[in-house]
Design a protein around this ligand. Structure first.
Ligand code: ADP
Ligand code: MG
Ligand code: MG
Length: 251
């Protein structure tokens, strides 16, 4: 699904190299987790994959189902099936949540050569998906994320993901700032989307999310590279011992 090879990225503004040769292959149907100390480049990786400004790819490639995505516009990447749930969801005053979702879904359908959903069909689907994430009809009417609690913002990211039905879902610390109940809702939302034709890259600091979203593969990122890859037991090792042992082992 996603193949990243030798990805090197620096900041556009400064001469600062952040990603220093990331190699990562995520197969369809799988959930891969990325853990790693603060500042190791996890968010940068997710931003670069989704096409955020401010970064320069100096080497390497990233393909989605065989197609190079690094040269695409963000909306082209989305149309190709990529989705990023932000670590810090953005508030968009003046844009109703429902309007935002409907516009995004229909843009996506158009890009795939499908017909737009009728207003009635859209409402039915969005209400059903919102309900399972405990997002109230009132929250659907409010401007995107404005005045939402941290947990509500993160659940709203999962609602966007559920509505867009992407192929490659990247979740950047979607669990941070969530209480246990909100985290379970988020995990259930993700698990409901697990499918043979879809893959997940779940960036997290904590094992606890991975108790609910069982990963197939766990990677440790440090200083701009994937330094260790293993099974779910790797996340437990981090939980128990922190990163120090792993980092000194690979050094
Ligand atoms: P993580 O998500 O793993 O905590 P980040 O990708 O957010 O790490 O950051 C990686 C490193 O790059 C950090 O040292 C961070 O300070 C730096 N960095 C990222 N974006 C910028 C930026 N726009 N300006 C300056 N430094 C940045
Ligand atoms: Mg961080
Ligand atoms: Mg981060």
């Amino acid at each position: 699904m996603l193949e990243i090879k030798n990805l090197h990225v620096k900041l556009e503004e400064e001469d600062k190299q952040i990603l220093k040769g990331v190699d990562l292959t995520v197969e369809a149907g799988k959930v891969h987790a990325i853990m790693g100390p603060n500042g190791s480049g996890k968010s940068t990786l997710s931003y670069v994959l989704s096409g955020r400004d401010g970064y320069e790819v100096t080497e390497g490639s990233a393909t989605l189902e065989g197609e190079e995505i690094l040269e695409m516009e963000p909306e082209e990447r989305a149309a190709a099936g990529l989705f990023l749930a932000f670590q810090y969801p953005v508030e968009i005053p003046g844009v109703g949540n429902m309007t935002f979702l409907r516009t995004a879904v229909n843009a996506q359908r158009k890009a795939r050569g499908e017909e737009e959903l009728s207003a009635g069909d859209f409402l039915k689907v969005v209400r059903e998906k919102a309900k399972s994430l405990k997002i109230s009809p009132e929250m659907l009417k409010r401007p995107v994320n404005v005045g939402f609690s941290g947990g509500e913002k993160k659940r709203n990211e999962i609602l966007q993901m559920a509505m867009l039905e992407p192929k490659m879902c990247i979740l950047d610390e979607t669990d941070s700032g969530l209480d246990v109940d909100a985290m379970k809702l988020v995990a259930e939302g993700v698990n409901a989307l697990r499918d043979e034709g879809r893959a997940f890259l779940v960036i997290t600091h904590y094992q606890r999310l991975l108790d609910h979203i069982k990963p197939d593969v766990v990677h440790i990122m440090a200083d701009g590279r994937i330094v260790k890859t293993g099974g779910p037991e790797l996340a437990l090792e981090v939980e128990q011992n922190g990163y120090a042992d792993i980092l000194s082992e690979v050094a």
